[in-house]
Design a protein around this ligand. Structure first.
Ligand code: C2O
Ligand code: CU
Ligand code: CU
Length: 516
């Protein structure tokens, strides 16, 4: 595709913080109207402006910065053209009937009522001319009653999420609270969200996404569903391989892996450690020194990097591509930090060691264990699909936890690769992982463990909403389901998997009512 782009020539953009359209009135809280629009954005000095779809005409979208306990309302307005500019594949799950441009926004990691959750079938088109079967309301309500953390919002429309997100429909959302403020973490200009993703470009600057056959009868040798997408460049806050000038002091970076498929293994080429302070569901118990940060799609990691006494140095945030990387693959670089004097702020505060307390859910009364297989399959045309427990999205709901109950979900990954599994509504805890013999499974379907269960990584002993379920392992998570009932989803967060067909409904039922 495009001839090589020079690295580290564009300054890192900092997403703008969104101002309410109408300030708080009564219990409703601040009201925001956010438009999904088509626009062009210069993503690299040597690229023509790129056509994108984004919230308020920005990629990534504007930053929500809200306080714990202060609810807000958001009207997500679809102002997009009627035709997608990326290759839509209508051959999977009866999408021929659906409008090509449908959107619905999900606030990932949020504790929100079902009608505001962005259910995939709650999509709508421009001016609500057509709406999905689950569409309930135009204005979404976010209670912000959960812990302070970094959430993110993104499109979640049925069958087309990978394209809408790739087109640019993503943004970040911060919830703050008083406890966190008292920790004196780097703030203001020293606290920077980093939405990390990957994209490929055509020579004219347009986004490249692999075409898919509209008709399997097309003479395309392998008319298969593409089970993944890996871009040729890394993009941070909407720029390809940017750089950031930093002062010789500590900074807080809220990292988000917003890539469709790519998992990152981040490290600093200076050999220095990250100080991890937070994860999907907020602060850790204690600050952890981390040499490398593994991040699957949708995971968030909150870190402090200390640039003190490094004046004049240039530090690259790298992505470890593993043992034998393709020499053509340039995605081993992510972005660069250039440590420049002067220091504008004295930065004498030490990084706190104790951050927060997290109760263990294992003390709860566990009412159910679910065993859920992550499996490969084929559709009616013989093309590969990935499924959850051998069921399609359309199959009747089977995960129906009772409101307030605690369950253990065991993800049995019998495929050859890692799937980041995400559950809506709740934050869970990772119990453990246990390896089993994948060959034996492939012979006769038996699960034979090849080792003991191992505890989660130190930086996973926190609240999470997305977990890496590795091949040939059972990954067990525990969650208390609530505080709301009704329809949500759980799915693999590799968007090419989610769309084809690694997503399932989940219904939280109220055991006191029989109408479920
Ligand atoms: Cu970030 Cu259901 O998704
Ligand atoms: Cu989510
Ligand atoms: Cu997957």
């Amino acid at each position: 595709m495009n001839s090589k782009l020079t690295k580290f020539v564009d300054a890192l953009p900092i997403p703008q913080t969104l101002k309410p359209t109408r300030p708080r009135h009564g219990k409703q809280g601040d009201f925001y109207r956010v438009q999904m629009e088509e626009f062009t954005q210069k993503m690299h000095k040597d690229l023509q402006p790129t056509k994108l779809w984004g919230y308020d005409g920005q990629f990534p979208g504007p930053l929500f910065d809200v306080n714990h306990g202060e609810p807000i309302q958001v009207e997500w307005v679809n102002n997009l053209p009627s035709k997608h500019f990326l290759p839509v594949d209508k051959t999977v799950h009866n999408l021929t009937e659906l409008p090509e441009v449908r959107t619905v926004t999900h606030l990932h990691g949020s504790e929100t009522k079902s009608a505001s959750d962005g259910y995939p079938d709650a999509w709508f088109t421009k001016n609500y001319q057509e709406v999905g079967p689950h569409f309930k309301q135009k204005i979404y309500e976010y209670p912000n009653k959960q812990r302070a953390t970094t959430l993110w919002y993104h499109d979640h429309a049925m069958g087309i999420t990978r394209l809408n997100v790739y087109a640019g429909l993503v943004g970040m959302y911060i919830i703050r609270d008083r406890h966190e403020k008292r920790l004196n973490l780097p703030s203001g200009p020293y606290e920077i969200p980093l939405a990390i993703t990957d994209r490929s470009f055509n020579d004219d600057g347009s986004l490249y996404y692999p075409p898919q056959p509209d008709d399997p009868a097309d003479n395309i040798p392998n008319p298969s569903i593409r089970p993944f997408f890996l871009g040729e460049t890394n993009v941070v806050n909407g720029k390809v391989w940017p750089y950031l000038d930093v002062e010789p002091r500590k900074y807080r970076f809220r990292l988000l892996n917003a890539a469709n498929t790519r998992a990152y293994q981040l490290y600093l080429d200076s050999g220095q450690d990250f100080y991890q302070i937070g994860s999907d569901g907020g602060l850790l118990r204690r600050t952890l020194k981390m040499t490398k940060l593994a991040m699957e799609s949708a995971e968030r990691i909150d870190v402090i990097i200390d640039f003190s006494n490094l004046e004049g140095q240039t530090i690259t945030l790298k992505n470890d591509l593993g043992a034998n990387p393709d020499p053509e693959d340039e995605t081993d670089d992510v972005m660069q930090f250039r440590v420049r004097s002067p220091l504008k702020d004295d930065d004498t505060k030490a990084i706190p060691q104790h951050l927060s307390s997290i109760p263990s859910l294992k003390q709860n009364n566990i009412t159910k264990q679910r065993f859920l297989k992550l499996v490969g399959s084929t559709d009616e045309l013989g093309r590969p699909l990935l499924l959850l427990d051998n069921k399609l999205w359309m199959d009747p709901v089977t995960e129906t936890p009772a409101l307030g109950s605690t369950e253990i979900w065991s993800f049995i990954n019998v495929t050859a690769f890692t799937h980041p599994i995400h559950i809506h509504l709740i934050q869970f805890q990772v119990v453990n992982r246990q390896p089993f013999d994948l060959d034996l499974y492939n012979q006769d379907g038996s699960i034979v463990f090849t080792g003991p269960a191992t505890p989660p990584e130190p930086n996973e002993r926190v609240w999470k909403d997305t977990v890496a379920a590795h091949s040939g392992e059972i990954t067990r998570v525990i969650a208390e389901f609530g505080p709301f009932t009704d329809d949500y989803v759980w799915h693999c967060h590799i968007l090419e998997h989610e769309d084809h067909d690694m997503m399932r409904p989940m219904r939280v039922i109220d055991p006191k009512k029989n109408d479920n």
